[in-house]
Design a protein around this ligand. Structure first.
Ligand SMILES: [Zn+2]
Length: 62
């Protein structure tokens, strides 16, 4: 049985109950996640725009 976990940011072994090896790693992970969320939002927006254009072309609005 595993008695340790891995830091969500760098992957090194940490005690059970901990999520990150250090405060700095935690901050880094949160920053990375925020950046990823922003990219996902942009991707969603682009998909939405493409869908709108396709629908517009089909119905002859554009
Ligand atoms: Zn770490």
């Amino acid at each position: 049985m595993e008695r340790h976990r891995h830091c969500l940011n760098c992957g090194i072994s940490i005690p059970v109950g901990e999520t990150f090896c250090s405060e700095r790693c935690k901050e880094e992970y949160i920053k990375k996640r925020k950046r990823m969320l922003r990219i996902q939002l942009i991707v969603l927006f682009v998909i939405f725009l493409v869908l709108l254009i396709i629908l517009g072309l089909k119905t002859g609005v554009i």
